[in-house]
Design a protein around this ligand. Structure first.
Ligand code: BES
Ligand code: ZN
Length: 446
């Protein structure tokens, strides 16, 4: 699925979170050309994939299916169902799922049956395509770098992004200003690192908002790429007004702030991985994973060997007994297990649990759908996450003016980057490039 933004989407004002969810799904539905063969020729149908529980809910709902054929389950893999629904029912179905399962959207719409089947087959094969063995052998370096992570810069980034811009909506000038602000911040961190590249990546024909990418080139394995990402846009009701408020402090300034802190510490400490590491602030996630889908498709087309992708979306609201919810859908189970090991090893007092959105709820799904291994740690079990997202109340005040929870994700991100970025042979330091130098492993501070 590669959604395009319909003009109707931009015109619509969405006064409530619930309605906003509907509009997103309506857009996704209308974006899809709806080429699916129809049971009745005059009625447009859309292929969707959704959780088996959500399928059962809408199947039972006489209001939603009233006047239509009963829903057919065309396929099912790992509790994800493929079905076909009248396009005109998409909004009702979304509302039903939202009410019954507290999912916003709650399903993925697909342009063709083939795309729907591809999505389903990947759900069923989460281990396919783990291209390297993930090893845990960099403990001194991880501990040294993770100990430098601070809450204050994370809170500062969340505060700036959620208060210096009315919104970071993809189609408004403030959304582009936010991209530029992040680019400037990241350039500041890379000031003394000429090897590090910071760029705006535009998405012509898709959105006016650019994504932001910072790349630390790998020293000895530069063709093996690790990606840490978060989405930089925000959304809330009233998108037709360029000045509407969508602070998005948690969704997903928290993810950007986590990336920023990992970058800040890594570059300040002269970290130079063997594998290439890219940090990505994705544009236009809230309107259908637009930036990440464009980038992931480009990487696939170029044959880029992405060995691991980590997504941070919602990191600052401590809503569950456990500290991390590790998504089990649209992710790679080998990489997710490795992320759990990173938590157990480096933050042993913290708890994680497995959870699922039930649909491709964030940018990890864009990479997953291109066949790349992804993992996504999020702030809570799905449903116990911050309920103010997509509203004017998604502020740092709602997060208790604290980045304590988000700092756990920054430490995890650091561990992920170092452990996968460095092969067992060790790291070469940025300042160790003189002729004849060996790698800098022995110079690591305790
Ligand atoms: N931050 C959410 C995804 C999310 C929700 C993660 C709950 C963890 C718990 C994301 O920004 C979002 O809103 N996604 C959309 C779907 C997307 C394809 C437009 C959603 O959930 O409706
Ligand atoms: Zn969101």
């Amino acid at each position: 699925m590669k959604p395009k933004l319909s003009p109707a989407r931009r015109r619509l004002a969405a006064p409530s979170t619930k309605l906003l969810c509907l509009l997103i799904v309506m857009t996704l539905g209308s974006l899809a050309p709806v080429a699916a063969a129809s049971t009745s020729p005059e009625e447009q149908q859309t292929w969707i994939t959704l959780g088996a529980d959500a399928f059962a809910t809408i199947q039972q709902d006489i209001d939603v299916t009233l006047g239509h054929q009963p829903l057919t389950k065309f396929d099912e893999r790992s509790d994800v169902v493929l079905t076909r629904v009248p396009t005109s029912d998409l909004a009702d179905i979304s509302a039903k799922i939202h009410t019954a399962h507290r999912r916003c959207g709650g399903f993925m719409a697909h342009s063709t049956l083939r795309q729907a089947q591809e999505t389903l087959s990947r759900v069923d094969a989460p281990n396919r395509g783990a291209p390297i063995v993930y090893t845990l052998d960099q403990q001194p370096r991880v501990r040294q770098l993770a100990s430098r992570i601070q809450e204050a810069p994370i809170l500062a980034t969340m505060t700036s992004l959620s208060t210096d811009f009315n919104n970071r909506y993809h189609a408004h000038p403030s959304g582009t200003s936010a991209s530029q602000w992040i680019r400037n911040q990241w350039q500041g961190y890379a000031f003394s690192r000429p090897d590090v590249v910071v760029e705006l990546v535009s998405h012509p024909g898709e959105t006016s908002q650019p994504s932001v990418v910072l790349t630390i080139p790998g020293t000895t394995l530069p063709n093996e790429v690790i990606i840490l990402g978060a989405h930089l846009d925000s959304i809330a009701g009233g998108t037709s007004n360029p000045d509407f408020l969508a602070p998005g402090a948690d969704d997903d300034a928290s993810g950007i702030a986590v990336l920023s802190e990992v970058i800040r510490v890594a570059l300040a400490e002269g970290f130079s991985p063997q594998r290439t590491v890219s940090f990505m602030g994705y544009a236009a996630e809230e309107v259908g994973l637009v930036g990440s889908q464009a980038i992931a498709a480009d990487y696939r087309a170029a044959g880029t060997n992405v060995v691991a992708v980590l997504q941070f979306d919602l990191a600052a609201f401590n809503g569950s007994t456990e500290d991390f919810g590790l998504l089990s859908d649209f992710t790679n189970s080998t990489l997710t297990t490795f992320v759990a090991q990173l938590i157990d090893t480096y933050q042993p007092d913290l708890l994680w649990t497995s959870t699922a959105c039930g649909y491709g709820c964030s940018d990890h799904a864009a990479w997953h759908n291109q066949g790349y291994p992804t993992a996504m740690p999020t702030e809570a079990r799905f449903g116990e996450h911050n309920q103010t997202i997509h509203s004017t109340s998604d502020t740092v005040a709602t997060l208790g003016d604290s980045a304590a929870h988000a700092a756990k994700f920054a430490r995890l991100g650091m561990a992920f980057m170092v452990e996968i970025g460095i092969d067992a042979g060790g790291e070469i330091f940025a300042n160790d490039f003189e002729e004849g130098s060996t790698n800098g492993w022995s110079s690591i501070a305790p």
